[in-house]
Design a protein around this ligand. Structure first.
Ligand SMILES: Cc1cc2nc3c(=O)[nH]c(=O)nc-3n(C[C@H](O)[C@H](O)[C@H](O)COP(=O)(O)OP(=O)(O)OC[C@H]3O[C@@H](n4cnc5c(N)ncnc54)[C@H](O)[C@@H]3O)c2cc1C
Length: 590
């Protein structure tokens, strides 16, 4: 069975040494009592819960899966007890608003907890993941009455959340969804329609399940301008807050799927279910986007989490497995860690995971700055960066997370392919993060189609300025040029690619779609390089007091900046070829 040890030391290093989170967060209202001691205590407790309770359930949960029993979803044995531990520990409300009973910790803890949860049990991580997304949409768009009625129970974890967008004919294109909402005299709505692929649409863990459902009002205009958002509980709450009658929706079936077997993926039939409007009529997509943006960042972190646990198991195996003779081994058989190709695979996964974790910590701090800073210009700057990073994190973390899981599986050879070692589960589980919450292709379109054009390129300009500064800072340190030059060059190239894409898209809109996926990857590979230059600078600045971790970070930065970052050159060449090579073949010829 695979093992997992949460990378708390690396998280503490990032928060303390690299990003000085204590000082930054202390300046924000509500986080004045931030301290590294508190951060470490929280992370250690999260690690213990996940290592002791969720990791041991991961493989059995995959093998047993979820069942539909007389219309009720049953999760695998042990899940209910694990969820009860999670709720008792107050983990759902870790970073949620104190106004509704949360602990109000900085957002970075929600993200780091999500990583640890995803490494230990990706299927389980979806239960809190969906609930936290629903909480954010309700908090930002629902009426005060709905907030007071639902948020305390959801933040405590007694009630859980789900997100119901997808219909059989409407996936990416939500504008064509058909579920209807008819207003009733009491101010509620009657919801009718079928949704598919609803994660945790039903389960046996929480007392109630709150669906956020996209539907159309009778007079709604066609397309995305005619979609409204509704809160539809499984049980209708009574006035005293206890649960009442069963609402009129049912689980049609559970999907049989490739991975995340312990997470129920439900077909839900709404047959005149009672719901309440969240936000304004016909503006449901804007309200749902709050949930979707939260989920996109969470799904990215799932990719990181699976890559981390897959790496840990592959590295442990590579130190034990004896095969052949490495270039520096005196005689064989030597541990496979001696082989350069095995090192290539392990370093690729690790250098991605550590850079992605660094980027996560940075983005999470920017999120709190965007919400809490007093200066509107500073808030806007932070908000711009989070908006730019949302599709990038969702897509590149999940792509590289999956590729990392495959590479880690490869390290085990045939033993990676058989069930016993658990590596094939990581591969199967990681795959979905590239698909749900808006496919990675659609994330890339969001990046190039929307995010690059805001304010005449204001968003990428802010990122490039930070990357330039990191390169300049590194360059000023003794021994820093080695870590500054690759980043400076990659940033200059990315800036030029961005400008060229902007010019070409002005004359041919197909250019954006043709460049999107490669451009997102190019920006992500460069952004990870930025993180490695920051970490290398931190090690260099410590001089003779550098600890073993700092020296390891220098080695990893060397690997990343020389062996991974150069991918930007190939991607630039592919992007510069433009749309023509994609659009040449007639559709009938495929
Ligand atoms: C396990 C699982 C859990 C899920 N959980 C939920 C959930 O909780 N709630 C929920 O509402 N949904 C959920 N989904 C649905 C998921 O979000 C959708 O499957 C996903 O958004 C893609 O929609 P689709 O499957 O209809 O694919 P389609 O939209 O048909 O896309 C097919 C292909 O075409 C591409 N494509 C489509 N449109 C464009 C475009 N405009 N430009 C470029 N490329 C395009 C896509 O990238 C994709 O490669 C889940 C799905 C799965 C499998």
């Amino acid at each position: 069975m695979p093992t997992y040890k949460a990378p708390v030391a690396d998280m503490v290093y990032l928060l303390g040494d690299v990003f000085n989170a204590e000082e930054t967060l202390k300046q924000l209202p509500g986080h004045e009592d931030s301290s590294m001691d508190l951060f470490e205590t929280v992370l250690e407790a999260a690690a213990k819960l996940c290592e002791d309770i969720l990791t041991p359930l991961n493989q059995p949960g995959d093998q047993v899966g979820c069942r539909l029993e007389n219309g009720q979803v049953r999760t695998p044995p042990g899940t209910k007890e694990a969820y009860a531990h999670f709720v008792e520990g107050g983990w759902m409300g870790l970073s949620e608003s104190t106004e509704f009973g949360g602990q109000g910790m900085p957002s970075v803890f929600r993200f780091l907890l999500s990583e640890i949860l995803s490494s230990s049990n990706m299927a389980f991580s979806l239960f809190p993941g969906l609930t936290l997304g629903a909480i954010s949409a309700i908090e930002s768009h629902a009426s005060d009455e709905l907030k007071a009625e639902y948020l305390p129970k959801m933040i405590s974890g007694e009630w859980a959340g789900a997100m119901a967008l997808t219909e059989p004919h409407a996936g990416t294109d939500l504008g064509i969804l058909r579920t209807r909402a008819v207003p009733k005299d009491d101010g509620s709505y009657s919801i009718t329609g079928t949704k598919i692929f609803i994660t945790a649409g039903d389960q046996d863990l929480s007392e109630n399940i709150i669906h956020l459902v996209l539907a159309r009002l009778p007079d709604a205009p066609a397309g995305t301008q005619g979609i409204s958002l509704f809160l539809v509980p499984k049980y209708l709450p009574k006035t005293d807050g206890s649960i009442g009658a069963r609402n009129e929706w049912s689980v049609g079936s559970l999907e049989h799927k490739m991975g995340i077997m312990a997470s129920p993926t439900c077909v839900i039939n709404y047959d005149g279910a009672k719901g309440w409007l969240v936000g304004k009529p016909n503006r449901g997509l804007a309200a749902m986007f709050v949930m979707m943006n939260a989920e996109r960042l969470f799904v990215g972190v799932q990719g990181l989490g699976v890559a981390e646990v897959a790496y840990q198991n592959a590295a442990a195996y590579a130190k034990e497995r004896l095969q052949g003779r490495g270039p520096q081994s005196a005689k064989g058989p030597a541990p496979i860690i001696d082989h350069p190709d095995v090192r290539r695979m392990l370093l690729s996964v690790r250098s991605f995971a550590e850079a992605a974790r660094a980027l996560t910590v940075w983005v999470a701090i920017e999120m709190d700055k965007a919400k809490l800073l007093s200066d509107p210009a500073e808030r806007e700057a932070a908000d711009d960066l989070v908006a730019l990073m949302t599709p990038l994190m969702k897509s590149s973390f999940s792509d590289l997370g999956f590729e990392g899981a495959v590479m880690a599986q490869q390290v085990l050879g045939g033993h990676g392919y058989v069930r016993e070692w658990g590596m094939e589960q990581f591969v199967r589980d990681a795959r979905i993060a590239q698909i749900y919450e808006g496919t990675n292709g659609v994330q890339a379109m969001d990046l190039v189609g929307r995010k690059l054009s805001v304010g005449d390129g204001r968003l990428p300009a802010r990122l490039f300025a930070l990357m330039d500064k990191a390169a300049a800072d590194a360059s000023a340190l003794p021994g820093g040029k080695e870590f500054a030059a690759p980043l400076a060059e990659a940033t200059a190239l990315l800036r030029a690619t961005t400008a060229r894409l902007h010019d070409r898209a002005a004359t041919d809109p197909a250019e954006l779609g043709a460049a999107a996926a490669d451009y997102l990857r190019m920006m992500a590979i460069a952004a990870y390089g930025w993180m490695w230059t920051l970490m290398a600078s931190n090690s260099l600045a410590k001089g003779t007091s550098a600890a073993p971790r700092d020296l390891e970070k220098l080695e990893l930065a060397r690997f990343y900046l020389t062996r991974q970052l150069p991918q930007v050159y190939g991607l630039d060449r592919a992007i510069s070829a433009g749309a023509a090579p994609l659009m040449g073949l007639r559709a009938e010829a495929f």
